[in-house]
Design a protein around this ligand. Structure first.
Ligand code: SAM
Length: 312
């Protein structure tokens, strides 16, 4: 299945795309946003595309093979500075986009193991084939560790009950398939959340843990911030509250004066705000969510890099 880019016009407006500008799409996916950015560039504009999924990167390389404006990297977005340096040492961007989470082709391919609706191996690695799988965690982590993962990354209130059941069941047979786990969770933890499968939160938690998603995001936001030119724009789309909270706090922190200097008549440059918040969080309208249900939980936050030492 194709991936329909969410909030596309809003993202293009947020990035303020200039024809000769330099842009980074840190989450290429199937290039819905990247394609629309490239269309706005002239010959000396540039777009760098990153994805940690080799399937996404193969698609990007095939699509842009003949386009010298576009460079594609198979890399986690925490490594964005190294990718930028590879193109030109110290390269900075007029706009950086993160569209977090998994793409529709990843979700819809049962062999990737992201979905609790289709049977597949319990895998969930975005960097296909690299590192421990969700099955390794489910079958190998202690009960206490499973509770922590489900609570911290899934905000799952039945975490102890689910972890206990996993530990009891895996003693006779390890979990290997997505549906084995999803069906077991449905038996032990009935959700009261409307329209939500009882396994939603555990699957989210395992995916975040397997891919180190929150550590990745923290490192990448810091790296992105360092690589924006003055007036450069940072646009981040998140799909769950843990990510959105991290993005909101990051932007707010850099959009305020260091609290040590609050209220003082002179604020040194290093303590002055470095970002300006551009509007409030943007959500998809009803027309878009009807067309693309994935857009329902999307939140776009935008900030602009300020000149060094200039107050917001
Ligand atoms: C929601 S999709 C992006 C969709 C894309 N904007 C489009 O329009 O097609 C997210 C993509 O980001 C990638 N991704 C997620 N976390 C990543 C990370 N830490 N580093 C690099 N890529 C990541 C996933 O592999 C996936 O392909």
């Amino acid at each position: 299945m194709e991936h329909t880019p969410v909030l596309l016009p809003q993202v293009l407006a947020a990035l303020n795309v200039r024809a000769s500008g330099v842009y980074l799409d840190a989450t290429y996916g199937r290039g819905g946003h990247a394609g629309a950015i490239v269309e706005k560039l002239v010959a000396d504009g540039r777009l760098l595309c990153l994805d940690r999924d080799p399937v996404a990167v193969a698609e990007a390389r095939a699509r842009f093979a003949a386009d010298s404006r576009v460079s594609v990297f198979l890399a986690p977005f925490s490594a964005l500075a190294a990718c930028a340096d590879h193109v030109a040492p110290g390269l900075k961007f007029d706009g950086i986009l993160f569209d977090l989470g998994v793409s529709s082709p990843q979700l819809d391919d049962p062999s990737r193991g992201f979905s609790f609706m289709q049977d597949g191996p319990l895998d969930m690695r975005m960097s296909k084939g690299v590192g421990p799988t969700a099955a390794d965690i489910v079958n190998g982590a202690s009960e206490a560790e499973l509770i922590r993962i489900f609570r911290e990354f899934g905000e799952e209130r039945f975490a102890p009950r689910i972890a206990r059941a996993i530990v009891a069941d895996r003693a006779s047979k390890p979990f290997e398939r997505t549906l084995e786990l999803a069906e077991m969770i449905s038996r032990v933890a009935r959700t009261r959340e409307r329209h939500k499968h009882p396994a939603t939160r555990v699957f989210q938690a395992l995916r975040i843990h397997v891919n180190g998603e929150l550590d990745e995001l923290e490192a990448a936001l810091n790296a992105a911030f360092e690589r924006l030119v003055p007036q450069g724009r940072l646009a981040v789309i998140s799909f769950h509250s843990l990510e959105d909270r991290m993005v909101k706090q990051f932007m707010r922190r850099h959009a305020s004066t260091d609290p040590v200097y609050a209220g003082l008549p002179f604020v040194p440059a290093h303590a002055a705000p470095k970002l300006r918040l551009v509007g409030k969080a943007i959500q998809a309208d009803s027309e878009e969510t009807a067309r693309n249900p994935r857009a329902r939980s999307a939140r776009l936050r935008v900030a602009e890099r300020l000149n060094e030492g200039i107050a917001a």
